[in-house]
Design a protein around this ligand. Sequence first.
Ligand code: AMP
Length: 214
Amino acid sequence: MNLMLLGPPGAGKGTQAARIAADFGLLHLSSGDILRAERKGQTELGRKAQDYMDRGALVPDDLILAMMVDHINRPEAQKGFLLDGFPRTVPQAEGLDQRLVASGKRIDAVINIVVPDAEVTRRLTGRWSCPKDGRIYHEVFSPPAKIGVCDDCGTALTRRKDDEPGVVSQRLVTYHTETEPLVEYYGRRGVLRTVDGSVDADVVTASIKKACKE
Ligand code: AMP
């Protein structure tokens, strides 16, 4: 089975994708995580993507498409994959369709996780992480014992550049103009399922599992 999660930044796609991929035995392919790894490794792609990512803009379609198709075609993805954060534009979706048809594959279900803008903004701008051990905190939902400091190692917490308030609002504008048209795109193909992403994460996971079996 091949799945795709759609939804705004902060909809919980990363959390849900990890759970669903583990449960269904799929390879989790997050375009954001792959790009961040490319940046960390200071590859040519990572350097090209950097400015776009820090501004909350989309990395050009041709770079993303080549990167994701490469991952989809790897042996680890042959038993099934779950796309998270890709495609994010209609040209990316069209490019993906062409590549999938050429390799005899298809997307079985697209799960649209719906969360209102105000909730997404609250989630993202309150998110902090430890640069040393990667532990993630939230000002409201899971604060550290001492403000701004990691509970485990005492390191000062940092915020992802693209989670800063101005950048979050730009990411939402980008989502509504570039990515939301994919809801109609996949709706027309009859593979779209919609779930409410504003409720408890466990409830969202259960809804996604149910939707995948419909
Ligand atoms: P994410 O972690 O999914 O929010 O992605 C972080 C950033 O990576 C985005 O704000 C974009 O700059 C870039 N990015 C991730 N996926 C894509 C994509 N499918 N198309 C273009 N840019 C992307």
